[in-house]
Design a protein around this ligand. Sequence first.
Ligand code: AMP
Length: 164
Amino acid sequence: MTPFHRILVAVDFSSHSARALEIATDLAHRFDSAVTILHVYEPNIYAGPGSYMVPTSTYDRARPAVLATLEQQLERNSEDLHTAGVRDVETALLQGTPYDQIVEYARDNDHDLIVLGTHGRTGIRRALLGSVAERVVRKAPCAVLTVRLPEAAREELASAESMP
Ligand code: AMP
């Protein structure tokens, strides 16, 4: 089997993308691959529901703190991969439309595999705007592995999400 030299894992910090990180870690061991963990920052998503009522200046003030938190989360993910024995781990934080940035980053940086979850953090947005995973599969310049949570974890998540 052709080894994957450079793996790109797209994370939105959901349990789905946590599973994608686990699978990428496993593959990186098998193929001795380099791994990049990528998050794409979308300002309007972090502002939450009703964001159209928040003035631009509020976004601008919050932005450095949000970016710092995201950097920290990526760093934690990176440390986990190092601890698990993956040799070559990088992180990337970009701004824009997630599927676009993921595809472009993979192309520009010669990744030969993208790993991401089948579902993400933002259920409502997914219903309105469509799936990041589907679009990445359609447009990617390389192989794509979409990762599903095991059934028990999916059920647990669904019941937690339906709680008031
Ligand atoms: P979705 O299609 O939004 O349900 O998300 C599917 C998967 O795409 C997630 O599990 C992540 O692996 C990835 N993903 C979604 N949003 C982002 C984002 N903003 N940055 C990086 N990866 C993302």
